[in-house]
Design a protein around this ligand. Structure first.
Ligand SMILES: [Zn+2]
Length: 489
C-alpha cells in the first residue's frame, strides 16, 4: 500500500469512528455568522479557525490590511516533505435572509435528506451515533466554503491518529472577502508572496459535477461588462404625431445588437475570438471524457436547440461570450405608452476565455459600434452633441478581470487527479473551465504558478441562495481528498 492509500484508509476509519463529532464541528463553524461585509463577524471566524488549527499544531498568522477582512496564512509542517502545495479556502459567506430559509441560516440544522426530496430536520448526532451519508447540514456557508476547513482538520486528525506523516508541505491561505469579489486578494498575495511559495495552488471551493462524480477544474472564465445607451429625441414624442419621422432609439439599438451576433450564436465583432488560446490535445481528450449532459439540460430548460448547432456546453465555455443581460426603452405591457422613446439601453456581459485581455475585448466591441456609424461618448451627450450626430451611443465600461486556464498537462495535474481518485474510489472528471467567473487571476499573475480548483461540495448545495446545504457524503469525500493531497507522492 502506498502512503497515500494508507492515508485515505486512515481518513475513512477515523471518520467512521468520529462522524458525529466531525458533523458537530462543522455545525459549530457554520453557526458563526460570516457575511463578508460584517467585519466583526468575519474576524470572529478567522479567530475560531486559527484556534482550531493551533490545536493541531498548525500556526496561522492573521494578516490584516486596513479596512479589509484578515487573511490567515501558515504551513502544515511536514519535515520530510518532497513537495510544497498551496491550499486556499475562503471563510466568508453570502448574505442570507432568514425569511427565505427553512431553518435559520446561522442555526445549522441537520436534515435526513435534501428538503426538496422530503428531508426532515433531526438533532445533531450524539457521540458514536450512526451518521448517514445522505444527511445534509443546512446553514449559510456549510458548502461554500466552510466544508473544506472541517475536511482538512479531520484529515489532519486522521493522519496524526494513524501516525502517518504528510509528504506534501502545505501552505495555507484563508480569505475572508471572496463573496464580495476579493477586493484585497491581489494586495495580500503581493504582501505575502515570499511566504506563499507553493509549486501550485489548489482552490478548495465550488461543487463537484452534476453527476456527483468528483472533478478537478483547470480554469475559470473572466468577466467584463458594458452599458449602452442610444439616444433619440430630447424627450419622448407622441408616436402618432412624430412616429415615421423621429428616429427611434429602440430600433437603432436593436439593429446594433443584432449586428453583434448571428442567428447561430457566433459573435460578429471583428477579432472577438482571435486572442483565445486554442484547445490543446489534453483539453480535447478531457472534453471527450465528460459525461454527456447536454440533451438532458436542453430538455430541462425547454430549449429545442442551443447555439452553434448544439455544440457541447463544455466547448462553448472555452470561448468568449457576448450576452445581452438586459434591455430597456420606454415601457411594455401595462406600462406601454404610444411614444417614440427618448433613449434605449442595453446591458451586456462578456465572459472571457483564456488569452482574452479584458480591456482589449471592450475595445473590440467599441470599435464594432463605431463601425456601425455610431458616435461613441463616455458621458451623457449635451444638446449640441445630440444636434450634431444622428446616431449617438454612450458606452459605459465596467472593468473586469481575465480568465485563468491551467494547461491540463502541467506536471502537478496528474498527481492531484490521482489524489482525487484515491479519495473518491472512482474516476474523476477533468473540467477544462468552470462556466462561472471567479477572480482567481491574481494567483497566477502574482504568484506565477499553476492553479487548480478542487471542489468537494454537492452540486445541489444551493450555493449563494436560501437553504444552502452540504451533503455529508461530500464532506466524507473532502476528508479523504485532504488526506490524499497531504500524502501525494
Ligand atoms: Zn465560494
Amino acid at each position: 500500500m502506498t502512503r497515500q492509500q494508507q492515508a485515505v484508509t486512515a481518513a475513512r476509519d477515523y471518520r467512521a469512528a468520529n462522524a458525529a463529532a466531525i458533523v458537530c464541528s462543522l455545525a459549530e463553524l457554520v453557526a458563526l455568522p460570516n457575511i463578508s461585509r460584517d467585519l466583526v463577524a468575519v474576524r470572529r471566524n478567522a479567530t475560531a479557525l486559527r484556534s482550531a488549527f493551533a490545536a493541531r499544531g498548525v500556526t496561522l498568522d492573521l494578516v490584516e490590511i486596513d479596512g479589509a477582512a484578515p487573511v490567515l496564512t501558515g504551513r502544515i509542517p511536514a519535515p520530510k516533505a518532497n513537495r510544497r502545495i498551496g491550499i486556499y479556502v475562503h471563510y466568508d459567506g453570502q448574505p442570507a435572509d432568514p425569511a427565505q430559509w427553512r431553518s435559520h441560516p446561522f442555526e445549522p440544522t441537520l436534515y435526513t435528506a435534501a428538503i426538496e426530496h422530503g428531508g426532515r430536520p433531526r438533532p445533531l448526532p450524539a457521540d458514536s451515533e450512526e451518521v448517514e451519508p445522505e444527511w445534509r447540514l443546512y446553514g449559510r456557508a456549510a458548502a461554500d466554503d466552510k466544508a473544506p476547513f472541517i475536511a482538512l482538520l479531520a484529515a489532519l486528525d486522521a493522519l496524526q491518529h494513524a501516525g502517518i506523516e504528510p509528504s506534501s508541505e502545505v501552505v495555507l491561505l484563508f480569505e475572508g472577502e471572496e463573496e464580495i469579489g476579493s477586493p484585497h486578494l491581489s494586495a495580500y498575495l503581493r504582501q505575502l508572496r515570499d511566504r506563499l511559495d507553493a509549486e501550485a495552488w489548489l482552490i478548495c471551493d465550488g461543487p463537484v459535477h452534476q453527476s456527483r462524480r468528483p472533478q478537478v477544474i483547470f480554469g475559470v472564465r473572466g468577466l467584463v461588462s458594458l452599458e449602452l445607451t442610444v439616444y433619440g429625441p430630447l424627450h419622448e414624442l407622441h408616436s402618432g404625431h412624430y412616429g415615421n419621422w423621429a428616429p427611434n432609439p429602440a430600433h437603432s439599438l436593436a439593429r446594433l445588437l443584432a449586428s453583434m451576433k448571428d442567428d447561430d450564436g457566433t459573435v460578429l465583432v471583428e477579432g472577438f475570438y482571435d486572442s483565445t488560446v486554442p484547445q490543446g490535445d489534453a483539453e480535447r481528450a478531457a472534453l471527450e471524457q465528460l459525461p454527456r449532459i447536454d440533451d438532458e439540460l436542453r430538455h430541462a430548460l425547454g430549449l429545442a436547440a442551443t447555439e452553434a448547432g448544439n455544440e457541447l456546453l463544455a466547448e462553448r465555455l472555452l470561448l468568449p461570450s457576448l450576452n445581452v443581460r438586459g434591455l430597456a426603452a420606454a415601457g411594455v405591457g401595462d406600462a406601454a405608452r404610444n411614444v417614440v422613446p427618448a433613449t434605449a439601453q442595453a446591458s451586456i456581459d462578456i465572459r472571457l476565455a483564456a488569452g482574452n485581455d479584458p480591456e482589449a475585448m471592450l475595445n473590440l466591441v467599441t470599435e464594432h459600434i463605431r463601425g456601425r456609424g455610431f458616435h461613441v461618448v463616455g458621458d451623457d451627450p449635451d444638446e449640441r452633441t445630440r444636434r450634431t450626430h444622428p446616431r449617438i451611443v454612450k458606452v459605459t465600461r465596467e472593468p473586469g478581470y481575465p480568465a485563468v486556464r491551467t494547461p491540463l498537462d502541467v506536471p502537478i495535474a496528474a498527481d492531484v487527479l490521482a489524489a482525487a481518485e484515491a479519495a473518491a474510489g472512482e474516476a474523476v472528471i477533468s473540467l477544462p473551465t468552470l462556466g462561472g467567473s471567479v477572480p482567481l487571476h491574481s494567483f497566477t499573475e502574482v504568484l506565477g504558478v499553476p492553479l487548480l480548483v478542487v471542489p468537494m461540495a454537492n452540486h445541489d448545495n444551493n450555493q449563494h441562495a436560501a437553504n444552502e446545504n452540504l451533503r455529508l457524503a461530500n464532506l466524507w469525500y473532502g476528508i479523504n481528498l485532504m488526506a490524499a493531497l497531504l500524502t501525494m507522492p
